[in-house]
Design a protein around this ligand. Structure first.
Ligand code: F6P
Length: 546
């Protein structure tokens, strides 16, 4: 396989980026009445419009050529077939198998993992049905009303995002809560209003060693004991999701009440495994299966569709093009759908933890930007916060706008208002408003020539700011599953093209290790083993504590 810099398409794209430096999106739309039709496609209840990016057929051809040179199709096959593409950890990467509704066998080390997956799904269903039906009781004989997920990163963001996104589909049988932060404020806030007799804790940690999660789980256990005064209550109120049987048992959770996952499930791709248990408890298992089905539909699309009509591949290529053309190192994700309020945070981990790497697969420093800084929040709130910079700032930030044709909770007049803003923003970013038009507006307001010339540069919007629009039919389990998988495969495709290992996360380890040593210093003697700033800060913190 070629190195990226050896691909003639990569060189062609760099040349095209120079040629297109002056091209304005406005002109591309004026030249081609069919631009929207040509640069949009519909996949699994999602309309994907990428026409508001500075692309031409020539650019698209070169991007597809680049994906071919980097053997994207081969890499997709290797992932789906269970090859150990997480090269630095020697692991397969099989979140696609977790939602493989076709049940076609998938082998890792000659074992068909579909058997294990199906067994675990059956265990989950049985447990979920017991809890939701009231058959599973707390230590005092009362039914479970509240599920508290204790986990962080991939063991928190996905279940939290999805339960928020699909709350319109919940029957209020069970409430869900999330504790991720080791800041005691969170555990106190979540637990204070709850009745320990009716709470089920799901301790979710692939490794079962993550210190934030273990600290929170221990506090939750103490909280339960303060009410139950009986160790046996742990059995009724704690279940675990992990790969680490010994640690789960040592914590005191009955391993019969442990749901497993496997080393080929990455934390940030684990929502489809038993890490999704809070989703199933909240919505019922059938709805969880719909989420899996939606993702599986997208998996089939990604594997089978030719590149020119392959949504995740195009989304990835558009991102790569924008980083070349505009030097864009940011990507803002802007949901215009209240249920998707945590979607950006979820994709932020998936993207930045996967592709935030500076060396290629062979360990050489790369000469091109890799993962963008992914950020954002609900678009409508962002309009009144940071959109000024998106429209007139001195940096180009490619934007993904995500909205729905139907609101999951229709309230008269609201959705139309929301979506009017949604469409207006992508138009404004693309078109901008030129000096001529601004001048006319100011003249119509009766300003004199001097006033107009003074104001003009402040009011001109250059436009030409790229965006994608993803318009869902509605946020339902199946569509949400497809949307998440769309982004997962985008991230995968970019990692393949940038020739990086998207499935490790060594960059988060260093801080974790240092924190362990510093915790010992906070609780005991300072070692002064750090630089003067870190030593000084630790000493100051200790000396100021009452
Ligand atoms: O932040 C690093 C990380 O390893 C993530 O990849 C993972 O989602 C998170 O920590 C939680 O890990 P665990 O599930 O093992 O507690």
């Amino acid at each position: 396989m070629l190195k990226l810099s050896q691909s003639s398409y990569w060189q062609e794209l760099q040349a095209l980026a120079l040629t297109h430096g002056e091209t304005h999106l406005r002109d591309l739309f004026a030249e081609d009445a069919g631009r929207f039709q040509n640069y949009s496609l519909r996949v699994q209840n999602i309309l994907f419009d990428y026409s508001k990016n500075c692309l031409t057929d020539e650019v698209m051809e070169a991007l597809f050529g680049l994906a071919g040179d980097m053997d994207l199709q081969g890499a997709i096959e290797r992932m789906y077939r269970g090859a150990k593409i997480n090269t630095t950890e020697g692991r397969a990467v099989l979140h696609t198998a977790l939602r493989n509704r076709s049940n076609a066998p998938v082998f890792v080390d000659e074992i068909n993992v579909m058997e294990q997956i199906n067994q675990e799904l059956a265990n989950m269903r049985q447990f979920v049905d017991k809890v939701r039906s009231g058959e599973w009781l707390g230590y005092s004989g009362k039914r479970i009303t509240d599920v508290v997920n204790i986990g962080i990163g991939g063991s928190n963001l996905g279940p939290k995002m999805v339960t928020q996104a699909l709350s319109a589909y919940a029957d209020n049988n069970i409430r869900v809560h999330f504790i991720s932060n080791v800041d005691g404020v969170e555990v106190a806030e979540v637990l204070r209003p709850l009745n320990p007799e009716q709470v089920l804790f799901v301790v979710a940690s692939k490794t079962f060693t993550t210190s934030e999660t273990m600290t929170n789980a221990q506090t939750a256990r103490n909280w339960l004991m303060a009410s139950a005064f009986d160790e046996r209550a742990v059995k009724n109120h704690f279940v675990a999701v992990s790969t680490n049987v010994e640690a789960v048992a040592e914590f005191g959770i009955d391993t019969e009440h442990m749901f497993t996952m496997w080393d080929w499930v990455g934390g940030r791709y684990s929502i489809w495994s038993a890490i999704g248990l809070p989703i199933a408890l909240y919505l019922g298992f059938d709805q969880f299966e719909d989420l899996l089905t939606g993702a599986h539909d997208m998996d089939r699309h990604f594997r089978d569709q030719p590149m020119a009509s392959n949504a995740p591949v195009i989304l990835a290529l558009v991102g790569i093009w924008n980083s070349l053309l505009h030097g864009a190192q940011c990507q803002v994700i802007l949901p215009y759908d209240q249920p998707l309020k945590s979607f950006t945070a979820y994709i932020q981990q998936a993207d930045m933890e996967s592709n935030g790497k500076h060396v290629d697969q062979t360990g050489n420093r790369v000469s091109y930007p890799t993962a963008p800084v992914v950020w954002g929040q609900l678009g409508i709130d962002g309009q009144h916060a940071f959109y000024q910079l998106l429209h007139q700032g001195n940096v180009i930030v490619p934007a993904d706008f995500i909205g729905s044709v139907e609101s999951s909770t229709p309230v008269r007049g609201h959705h139309e208002n929301l979506m009017a803003n949604f469409f207006a923003q992508t138009e404004a970013l693309m078109n901008g408003i030129g000096a001529g038009q601004v001048r006319e507006q100011l003249q119509a307001q009766g300003l004199d020539d001097k006033q107009i010339e003074d104001l003009l540069p402040h009011k001109v919007h250059e436009g030409n700011r790229p965006s994608n629009t993803l318009l869902l039919d509605r946020v339902d389990p199946r569509t949400l599953g497809a949307l998440i998988a769309l982004y997962e495969h985008k991230i995968f495709s970019q990692g393949v093209i940038w020739d990086i290992c998207s499935f490790d996360q060594w960059g988060v380890e260093l801080g974790k290790t240092l924190a362990q040593g510093i915790l010992a210093e906070i609780n005991g003697h300072s070692t002064n083993a750090h630089d003067s700033s870190t030593n000084g800060l630790i000493d100051y913190f200790k000396s100021q504590r009452s």
